[in-house]
Design a protein. Structure first.
Length: 686
């Protein structure tokens, strides 16, 4: 038996494990105790990793849609059709009539190649699911700290004296992170949890603040007001390392704790207590997730947290910092690789002529497209407007992940040409014109970057099923048909990473050889091969042009939809420990799916009583955009007037709203309004 080290394919924690391989078959999992973030631990999803490898639903060969049905074709025919059709669209409508979707499930090398292909074809219409989770972190933290990534490490949470957790249910969504937070708690740290739901993460809070959905800024500004009034801020740090403190003070002169309490629904004393706990701690960290970002004020929400950390001087030491927990296994890496419409690899702005030229030179072309491309929701709107005619989707299921599914479905039907490259027949793949079978984590090699900027190597353990191929291989072979052969002369993922080492300075020293040798890889920035990586950012200066942290006043804005007579409930969505994002893998994983096989809606027991809904009764959740049938889960986890649905099931995003944050263009997944009807009532009425 051979033990092959690999990285879990699910969440951004990036846990390491060994796959046990016997006669070419993955037969088991062994725990990798030397891993710095997981130390051998795996959550239920990690433990179920083998179940998707040999699943009978795996896509085995290329297919084309003919008369509404899929028909098996050869790779050569598939590449020929794709190349002809993309060239035709570009020649008639221009390069910006095509859009590319990268995948946080794929490796850095594959995402790098996808965006390179899009850009060499002349478009920046390149995006991926970071738009739906942490685009506000990238925008806000880049503006305030000069880098949009987690500042500290996962194991470093154990060194905190106080941890402020906002909109993150990591006990379910990044379960292995819990062990480090619990470690801190056992050593005496105070834990503050801010969430509209009483989640399993809230169970171990010293202080739980159950805020009204969409009121994060009102709360954080309330805490900042207390800190200013009681002079609990870090004067020396503010003087030496920040800009904008006076403006923050002025912006909050007339903001009372009473107002903060009224907007958030949190008692004044609880806001005061949280502010004092955070500000008085020697080393305090902030952990946040999509509860903060998935709002139309997502960027400002993150800026508010950044302001709080800056005025208290909580940067550059173990157990401090501001730490966005990234969702998918390689969402950090996909952003780093430039699968973003406004940035080339390494967060080079499209408008930065010198840096754009540097990358163009590396790729052997004169220049690259100069106009920012469209984001995920904007691409769908552009399809409706007739501006986008073709889309290449690598490992992403828009039909489950994107807001307002009905609008997405109409757009995908309207496209002239849709290519989907995936491991299963997803709800999106079913609408494709050409379907390409890709391989999953154990069947290919390459690097992935976890939420703590830890770049790690995934070794190939087994051969792929049928004719399935690695995404990087598919892109190289397609490039040949597209006339880009000499720009895609790679024989391995290693060769692509060597080009990435040149393209992205922060990855300069993260070479294939070093990653293959090191369990736990290296945290970027790691500029050269003698550098040991950077687990903690901003130790002596920030990465802004002035080297200082930028404090920017922000104000509360109401969500786009407010409950009314017709839609009296606030609907919020999120994740479960047993499922993962669009559910394409976990819904096919028997040990996970049998425990939560269908969508449910959490309803407060007072609301259920008022509506006459019994536990497990089937109800219809109806928003302005659509409806979904779900099993009623009557609970105290949500406050009266709020309902929660897990978004892993098709149909849930028929309810959500595509209202966008103006800066980061993230949709407001976390707040919509709805009503609940008993299914029995509807049957009776018909
Ligand atoms: Fe995988 Fe995340 Fe679970 Fe770790 S915590 S085993 S990376 S799903």
């Amino acid at each position: 038996m051979q033990l092959v080290p690999t990285i879990c394919t699910y969440c951004g924690t990036g846990c390491g494990l060994y796959l046990a391989v016997e006669e070419g078959k993955a037969v088991g999992i062994e725990y990798l105790s030397a891993h710095p973030a997981s130390e051998g631990a795996l959550c239920p999803k990690g433990n179920a990793l083998l179940q998707i490898l040999y699943h009978p639903d795996r896509l085995l060969y290329p297919q084309k849609k003919e008369n509404g049905a899929f028909k098996r074709i050869s790779w050569d025919e598939a590449y020929g059709i794709i190349a002809d059709k993309l060239k035709e669209i570009i020649s008639i409508y221009g390069s910006d009539a095509v859009a590319f979707y990268g995948s946080a499930q794929c490796t850095n090398e594959e995402n790098y190649l996808l965006q390179k292909m899009g850009r060499l074809l002349g478009t920046n219409n390149i995006d991926h699911c970071a738009r739906l989770c942490h685009a506000p972190s990238v925008a806000a933290l880049a503006a305030t700290l000069g880098s949009g990534a987690m500042t500290n490490t996962i194991h470093g949470f154990a060194d905190s004296d106080c941890i402020l957790i906002v909109g993150s249910n990591f006990t379910e969504n990044h379960p292995v992170i819990s062990r480090w937070v619990l470690d801190a708690k056992e050593k005496g740290a105070k834990i503050i949890v801010v969430d509209p739901r009483y989640t399993p993460t809230a169970w171990f809070a010293d202080s739980f603040l159950q805020l009204r959905p969409g009121t994060d800024i009102a709360l954080i500004n309330g805490m900042i007001s207390v800190i200013l009034k009681e002079k609990l801020y870090n004067y020396n740090f503010i003087e030496e390392r920040t800009e904008g403190f006076d403006d923050l003070g002025k912006s909050l002169v007339n903001y009372s704790l009473q107002e903060a309490s009224k907007i958030t629904g949190i008692p004044e004393d609880s806001i005061k207590e949280a502010a004092r706990l955070y500000a008085r701690a020697k080393n305090a960290s902030i952990i946040y997730c999509m509860g903060v970002t998935q709002h139309r004020s997502g960027t400002d929400n993150v800026i508010a947290l950044s302001n709080l950390a800056l005025i208290c001087g909580n940067f550059g030491r173990p157990g401090t910092g501001i730490n966005p927990l990234r969702g998918q296994a390689n969402v950090q890496g996909s952003c780093d690789m430039g699968v973003l419409p406004s940035f080339f690899p390494g967060y080079v702005k499209i408008s930065d002529k010198a840096q754009r030229k540097r990358i163009a030179n590396l790729w052997g072309v004169e220049d690259l497209p100069t106009q920012p491309g469209l984001t995920i929701v904007e691409i769908i709107n552009a399809v409706h407007d007739g501006r986008i005619k073709g889309a290449y989707v690598m490992g992403e299921s828009l039909m489950v992940s994107d807001p307002d599914t009905h609008h997405v479905e109409e757009a995908l039907h309207k496209l002239d040409f849709l290519i989907v490259q995936d491991i299963f027949m997803t709800e999106t793949a079913a609408l494709a014109d050409i379907l390409l079978p890709a391989v999953c984590y154990a069947e290919k090699e390459g690097s992935v970057t976890s939420t703590e900027r830890r770049v790690q190597w995934r070794h190939k353990a087994i051969e792929p099923p049928g004719e399935a191929k690695a995404d990087w291989k598919i892109l190289c072979e397609l490039a040949e048909k597209m006339g880009l052969a000499e720009k895609f002369m790679y024989n391995s993922a290693e060769e692509i990473l060597i080009e990435i080492n040149k393209a992205i300075p922060a990855y300069g020293g993260i070479t294939p050889a070093r990653l293959k040798e090191n369990i736990g890889g290296l945290c970027w920035p790691c500029p050269d091969s003698s550098h040991q990586g950077t687990p903690i950012l901003h130790i002596s200066s920030f990465r802004t042009p002035s080297g200082k942290g930028i404090i920017k006043p922000v104000v509360h804005r109401e969500p786009a939809e407010i409950p009314n007579y017709e839609y009296p409930f606030t609907l919020t969505t999120g994740r479960l420990v047993l499922h993962y994002n669009s559910g394409n893998m976990t819904r096919r994983s028997p040990s996970l799916n049998k425990r939560v096989p269908e969508v449910f809606v959490e309803i407060n027991r007072k609301d259920a009583e008022y509506l006459g809904i019994k536990p497990d009764e089937r109800v219809k959740v109806i928003s302005r955009r659509g409806s979904v049938e779900a099993k009623a889960l009557i609970t105290r986890r949500v406050a009266p007037g709020v309902v929660f649905l897990p978004f892993h099931f098709p149909g849930v995003n028929r309810l959500t709203i595509a209202e966008l944050d103006p800066v980061s263009k993230i949709p407001e997944f976390k707040v919509a309004t709805c009503r609940i009807e008993k299914v029995a009532d509807q049957v009776g009425e018909q």
